[in-house]
Write a protein that binds this ligand. Structure first.
Ligand code: ADP
Ligand code: MG
Length: 670
């Protein structure tokens, strides 16, 4: 059913404008849903606000001209009170206005003047024009009206040919309307309840399709026979016993899950989520060790060079007494060094390789790759997964993320993976003392900071901006670092890192901070993910209201990672009671899952994962947070459909469509 827009006889330059909105086919047009609806309803008079009223004309309108502009003024009777109405550039309406007629006036009310400056005037009763109008997000050149015209053409073109994709038993269960009906109702609603029933259908359909895709991918994968690895469990146990700490129960459970996966015939595809500081690195290390014992190479990929280096250093330390060859591959090695590593990977001399995306470049050939671990799922796309697949036959795959989204949500969104969760933090870990400080000045905490530095500690200072900005208010890292360097001159070193610096510069500063050559590190959120400097246990965050709660939680997870007490000061001028409440919530809550659940309740998905980089699947009409319950229901329904209704005609059709889509989008991995 993919028809080119040409069949609608829309003119060529309009088609180009539609293309700019990624609308190429009739189907795309129909699926460009309104993002909101405007309802014509009478509103009571409210000073200085937009009102819609119906009133009776009581005098002859007067027209005044000024240059090219005109002003039409008249009086109406509104609930037995006269109001003065003014509207610009509509003088032509006068000829159709008769004293005594009812008018609908839309505009801004001023109580002191008893007047409305109208933006629109209809020479009709409100009843005749009331209704609900879809509003689309459009680009230049297209008006709401013309767009509605195209959509109507598209709907008429399809009329009678839009088949339901949801099986009948589900439509009945949830009282869903037909798809055709839903499409008409979303674009041409008569009432608010039309919109509601249309949205119910469309959201359900979208999520159901998504969940069916997840189920399909999962089924394909589990059918795929992986390699059952032979692992000397005693050696693994021995390694665990030799660790300087006891594993937490959650760590043990995850490791069990992973060992079962590695030794099973099934290909591992596991998603491990754990709060910051919950100890995921050691889980990775043990997995890599088990994989090594089975005779395979392992690779661990980090999103940045800083993190790759850090993982490399911690693994080196953990495996110090073992004859395991660990190497680091990053973009900054010389060509010769790189070539050496390539060669050693190919001939199997390297057992474990740590690096960034460089690990999966074409040149890199592995000898016996058995396990890949990636940090932070959301930066690892399908492209990389495919590249990775080409590196080894039947590679087990483990993803680690420090974004603790509620477990049920994780299962829903990563329905194609198995999910393990590390909830508890290691014993003896103290809660980071978090304080909300009103204002944007460090003065109230300066004494704490100085005392802390005097004791030999190091401190992070996080700002929302790199440089001064006219558009956004907020403290910027450049100015703060200059001011602090000035203030602590001769006493402490101040460093600055931000996203606009090259990796090399960043690494240099980070390493200096690690080595305590820098005591105060001023930065933007680049230090958010995974950075581990155990002597730095104080953090000051400027304009804390500008960050999402989960992001703040991740940031403060940088401190208090050892037995030391961590401190986090949230500086904010938050005046909104809601903003204050959020920051106070952090003072009292230290569990990332609780934080994300709270965040989820009050804010959108972008915030949960820190701005737009979330990488969570995107939906056209469903909202994974607001419509979470539908996401959840469709997961169960898709599972059932896959297992109990595989013979349903609609399910068969949908699955074949899903497969074709995956192939078309180059996302089909078998
Ligand atoms: P994250 O999950 O944020 O990646 P890390 O793996 O970096 O956390 O662990 C944070 C710190 O906790 C590290 O210094 C690590 O050595 C330590 N750690 C990990 N597991 C335990 C444990 N079971 N008991 C005590 N300390 C632990
Ligand atoms: Mg980590």
């Amino acid at each position: 059913m993919e028809y080119d827009l040409k069949v609608l006889k829309i003119n060529k330059n309009k088609i180009e404008q539609l293309n700019e909105l990624s609308i190429y086919t009739v189907k795309d047009l129909v699926q460009h849903y309104p993002y909101r609806f405007e309802e014509m309803l009478e509103t009571p008079l409210h000073d200085e606000s937009k009102v819609i009223i119906e009133a009776q004309l009581i005098d002859e309108p007067k027209i005044f001209y000024k240059g090219r502009f005109s002003r039409l003024t008249f009086h109406v009777n509104y609930h037995e009170e006269p109001l003065t109405i003014t509207i610009f550039n509509r003088h032509f309406l006068k000829k159709n206005m008769q004293v005594g007629m009812m008018l609908t006036i839309i505009g801004k009310y001023s109580a002191s003047k008893k007047a409305i400056t109208a933006s629109d005037l209809k020479l009709k009763n409100l009843k005749e024009i009331s209704g609900i109008t879809p509003v689309y997000s459009l680009k230049e050149g297209l008006t709401q009206k013309s767009f509605q015209g195209y959509v109507n053409k598209a709907l008429n073109f399809y009329k009678g040919h839009i088949a339901n994709i949801i099986p009948l038993y589900l439509c009945q269960k949830y009282h869903l309307i037909d798809k055709e009906d839903a499409l008409f109702k979303i674009h041409q609603p008569q009432t608010r309840s039309d919109v509601i029933s249309a949205l119910r259908y469309l959201k359900y359909e979208e999520f159901f399709k998504f969940q069916m895709t997840m189920q399909y991918i999962k089924q394909n994968r589990t059918q795929n026979i992986g390699i059952s690895k032979l692992i000397d469990k005693e050696k693994v146990t021995h390694f665990i016993e030799k660790l300087p700490f006891q594993l937490t129960d959650d760590q043990k459970k995850v490791i069990d899950d992973i060992l079962i996966d590695l030794t099973s015939q099934k290909l591992m595809y596991r998603f491990v989520q754990g709060d910051v500081g919950s100890g995921k690195t050691v889980v990775a290390a043990i997995s890599l060790y088990a994989n090594y014992l089975a005779g395979y190479q392992g690779a661990m990929m980090a999103p940045t060079e800083i993190l790759a280096l850090q993982h490399y250093q911690s693994l080196k330390k953990m495996f110090k007494k073992y004859k395991i060859n660990i190497a680091l591959l990053t973009g900054h090695l010389s060509q010769k060094e790189k070539n050496d590593i390539y060669q050693q990977l190919e001939n199997g001399q390297i057992d474990i390789i740590i690096g960034t995306h460089a690990l999966f470049q074409e040149k890199v050939q592995y000898n016996q790759l058995g396990l890949v671990i990636t940090d932070e799922q959301h930066r690892f796309g399908v492209e990389q997964r495919k590249a990775l697949k080409d590196k080894g036959n039947k590679v087990d795959f483990l993803v680690m993320t420090a974004t603790p989204i509620p477990r049920t949500l994780a299962i829903s969104l990563y329905g194609d993976m198995d999910v393990s969760t590390i909830k508890t933090l290691p014993n003896g870990r103290k809660k980071v003392i978090t304080k909300f400080i009103k204002g944007t000045s460090m003065r109230p905490i300066l004494k704490d900071l100085k005392d802390y530095l005097l004791k030999g500690g190091q401190c992070y200072v996080v700002c929302p901006l790199v440089n001064e900005s006219e558009a956004i208010t907020g403290r910027n890292a450049s100015d703060i670092s200059k001011a602090m360097a000035q203030y602590f001159k001769g006493q402490y070193e101040v460093g600055l890192v931000h996203g606009q610096m090259s990796d090399e510069e960043k690494n240099k500063i980070m390493n200096a901070f690690k080595e305590n050559k820098i005591q105060i590190l001023v930065s933007t959120t680049v230090i958010e993910v995974g950075v581990d400097v155990s002597n730095a246990n104080m953090m000051v965050i400027y304009n804390a209201e500008r960050f999402g709660l989960s992001q703040l939680h991740q940031l403060r997870g940088r401190v208090g990672r050892s037995k030391e007490q961590g401190y986090c000061y949230l500086l904010s001028e938050a005046t909104h009671s809601e903003q204050k409440e959020r920051l106070e919530f952090l003072e009292n809550h230290h569990d990332g899952f609780e934080v994300s659940e709270y965040d989820l309740k009050i804010r959108g998905p972008g915030d949960l994962l820190g701005q737009k980089q979330s990488g969570l699947p995107t939906f056209m009409i469903g909202d994974i947070f607001k419509d979470y319950h539908i996401l959840e229901i469709t997961r169960k329904d898709a599972f059932e459909a896959m297992n109990q209704h595989q013979d349903d005609e609609k399910i068969i059709k949908l699955l074949s469509e899903i497969k074709n889509n995956l192939i078309k989008n180059n996302e089909y991995i078998d």
